[in-house]
Write a protein that binds this ligand. Structure first.
Ligand SMILES: Cc1cc2nc3c(=O)[nH]c(=O)nc-3n(C[C@H](O)[C@H](O)[C@H](O)COP(=O)(O)OP(=O)(O)OC[C@H]3O[C@@H](n4cnc5c(N)ncnc54)[C@H](O)[C@@H]3O)c2cc1C
Length: 403
């Protein structure tokens, strides 16, 4: 349904081939199992195995480490397709993608050699952890503490809302390494904390890290969100992202940089879920009849469909523009914020319109739109709420237009 001649949405032959492959995978493997897994809040093990085979965990990881070496734009196109099927599936890839971005941009040679090949094939997957029980937006208020002891950093604290908290093997964790720093962000470090995937209580080298039972959520089921409890967990100094010389007390900036690409990723998820809602609404409105004609023939429904399709297309353009600017090495902080804000908001609006078009059936668990209605609001929250996006956009706008 994308307009192929538009410069931002135009795809190369490679992008077309890969997105068609992912769309087929989603139609054949994800959509048929999404409802059952959502209703039972079950991890989609088989889908993840197939994603590994397709190389989807290594899309942006360079070929020398076993990945596909593709750019952010292609990644965003893939994420749109995955989210069209089920946003939980894109959630399994999302924090992993952010972790690999951090390693590629800030990791030492040794860190890249060690982790990227395992991450490229999805054998080791990554989580990304800033939030704590007492804060999400106000990242500078974190209290998780890391203290140097012999060759290790000893970490204590509780993290909250960690997507892939149980199944991941690596957690890119922000902790306070210098509690006296002012402002506080100057005393924060990103630690690559290793763990046993699937273990609630870690042992051996990873003793001191435990994963409480997953948080029960209204949507975004299947992929687990957990707390992570660090109690005297020993992280080797070599796992400071970027090494102690370059990485110590630089964690805040590294994580904020990663959130910028993360925002393009969330925007792509908004486009994907809205695209699916539009498809469901187009189908249902041509099946359902009221007052002697299909509801698609009532102008009020056509106007809704028109607004929905326009929003989807506009969100796609903003998302791909932000991705293409980043790939071209240009500033994209403002554009990534705009894309995330707009695509997540229209994601929710388009899903709600599709829900209304389904009438009473939209409220039934027999219909896919019911799941989308519970899933869409997550995108308003994750990687910065809409209020935080507006703060970012406002600040960047004023920086660029200083009088
Ligand atoms: C399912 C799920 C998965 C998540 N996954 C992860 C993850 O993998 N890793 C991770 O680190 N975090 C994760 N999060 C946490 C998420 O990033 C935070 O929930 C989010 O940043 C908001 O933080 P908060 O919930 O603490 O809300 P708060 O920061 O307490 O905000 C509450 C309200 O106040 C508003 N607000 C806050 N400050 C301001 C301000 N200055 N001006 C105006 N309004 C303001 C907010 O917009 C919001 O409406 C996840 C959350 C969910 C729900």
């Amino acid at each position: 349904m994308a307009v192929a001649s538009e410069p931002y949405t135009e795809k190369t032959d490679e992008q077309r081939a890969i997105t068609e492959m992912v769309r087929q995978f989603v139609d054949e493997r994800v959509l048929p199992i999404a409802e059952e897994h959502d209703h039972e809040d079950k991890f989609p093990e088989a889908v993840v195995s197939q994603m590994k085979e397709l190389g989807l965990f290594g899309v942006t990881i360079p070929e020398e480490y076993g990945g596909m070496g593709l750019d952010l734009t292609t990644y965003a196109m893939i994420v749109e397709e995955l989210s069209r099927g089920w946003i939980s599936v894109s959630g399994i890839v999302n924090t992993h993608f952010i972790g690999s971005y951090l390693l590629m941009k800030f990791g030492t040679g040794e860190q890249r050699e060690r982790f990227l090949p395992l991450m490229a094939n999805g054998d080791v997957r990554a989580a990304f952890s800033l939030s704590e029980p007492g804060l999400g937006s106000d990242v500078q208020a974190i209290s998780t503490r890391a203290k140097r002891d012999s060759e290790d950093w000893v970490i204590n604290g509780t993290k909250m809302w960690v997507t892939n908290g149980l199944m991941s093997g690596l957690v890119f964790l922000l902790a306070k390494s210098d509690p006296d720093a002012t402002p506080p962000y100057k005393g924060m470090t990103c630690f690559i904390t290793e763990k046993e995937p699937g273990a609630a209580v870690n042992e051996g080298a990873f003793t001191g890290l435990s994963v409480p039972p997953k948080i029960k959520k209204m949507g975004y089921k299947g992929v687990e969100s957990t707390e992570l409890v660090y109690e005297d967990y020993r992280c080797p100094a070599q796992n400071v992202l970027g090494g102690e010389e370059d990485g110590l007390n630089r964690g805040f900036g590294q994580m904020m940089d990663a959130l910028e690409v993360g925002r393009v990723n969330v925007a792509a998820r908004g486009v994907g879920i809205a695209q699916r809602a539009l498809e469901l609404a187009l189908r249902y409105s041509q099946e359902r009849k009221t007052f002697g004609k299909q509801i698609a023939d009532h102008q009020a429904i056509q106007f809704k469909l028109a607004d929905m399709a326009t929003k989807v297309e506009a969100a796609r353009l903003l998302t791909l523009k932000a991705a293409r600017l980043k790939d071209a090495g240009q500033r994209s902080d403002l554009e990534a914020g705009m894309a995330k804000l707009f695509a997540s908001e229209i994601g929710k609006e388009v899903v709600e319109d599709a829900f209304r078009i389904h009438g009473g059936y939209g409220y039934s668990k027999e219909y896919e739109i019911e799941r989308l209605y519970r899933d869409a609001p997550l995108l308003l929250i994750g990687e910065g709420t809409s209020e935080i996006q507006r703060m970012v956009i406002g600040k960047k706008l004023l920086q660029r237009h200083k009088t």
